[in-house]
Design a protein. Structure first.
Length: 261
């Protein structure tokens, strides 16, 4: 009997029990699987020189927007429609010249970023709270999928806002109205990343039993094995219910509510 059969064999009395068994990934005699926590960027990749922050005045965002390709940034003259503060990180080499979530080819030197819930194409003003440096970025990807982080910048944007060497920094995120996107959005739940593929497959099996109308896929990435659940109607309400159900029996599974469009 393989590991997946043992896990699911323990709780066959009811549908919820099957899903719960797969989610907690305990099995009859197995310890609970712990989701892999993607580490911060390696220090050696960022500390080529002494890491001494120097306060610089904010850049002229009007000039930056003017020099961007036509249509690259939304109108930033109004008030932001979304604001949050948190930790930002950056990504680059591993994903350079690969497809981003919006279908474009990711260029680590362009002014782009990944966010879990803002509409694709949104313009975001990022402010380094320690130095006052600012940069405008366009949302082209999804992430970050690490606890406590709110934004993943491209390498170029990280350099522009002064967090390249440090790897992470506290930032203020301000998004501007993006009128070309459906305000309701299409939503899914992403969870992982598991070091062991069998753990991802066990979670997938439980979710397929509980959410038969949803599309459930497992896939591998640089940080481990992931599982994504697409509700039949892609509604935010159903996606939130799925994320809550996963997180209740197994918080270590790290369910994230993610906007697809």
């Amino acid at each position: 009997m393989n590991r997946l059969s043992k896990r699911l064999g323990c709780h066959t009395a009811a549908l919820l029990a099957i899903g719960f068994s797969a989610l907690t990934l305990t099995g009859c005699h197995h310890r609970t699987a712990v989701a892999y926590q993607p580490p911060p960027p390696p220090a050696g990749e960022h500390h080529s020189t002494a890491n001494t922050a120097t306060a610089t005045p904010p850049i002229d965002l009007g000039e930056e927007a003017a020099n961007a390709p036509p249509g690259f940034f939304d109108d930033t003259r109004g008030k932001p429609v979304f604001t949050e503060e948190g930790t930002a990180s950056w990504y680059g080499t591993v994903y350079h010249h690969h497809a981003a979530a919006d279908g474009t080819i990711f260029d680590q030197n362009e002014m782009t970023a990944a966010h879990r819930t803002l509409p694709m194409g949104s313009t975001v003003r990022v402010t380094n709270l320690a130095t006052g440096q600012q940069v405008l970025v366009r949302i082209t990807d999804r992430g970050p999928f690490a606890p406590g982080r709110v934004l993943d910048l491209s390498m170029g944007a990280a350099k522009a806002v002064g967090i390249y060497r440090a790897g992470v920094a506290k930032v203020k995120v301000e998004a501007f109205a993006h009128t070309s996107s459906d305000p309701e959005g299409k939503w899914c739940v992403q969870t992982g990343a598991f070091k062991n593929e069998d753990d991802a497959l066990a979670l997938k099996a439980g979710l397929l039993q509980r959410y038969s109308t949803a599309k459930v896929i497992e896939f591998s990435g640089p940080t481990g094995f992931w599982v994504r659940i697409d509700p039949a109607q892609h509604s935010k309400t159903q996606a939130a219910e799925i994320a809550d159900w996963i997180g209740t029996p197994d918080p270590a599974a790290l369910p994230y509510l993610v906007r697809l469009d």
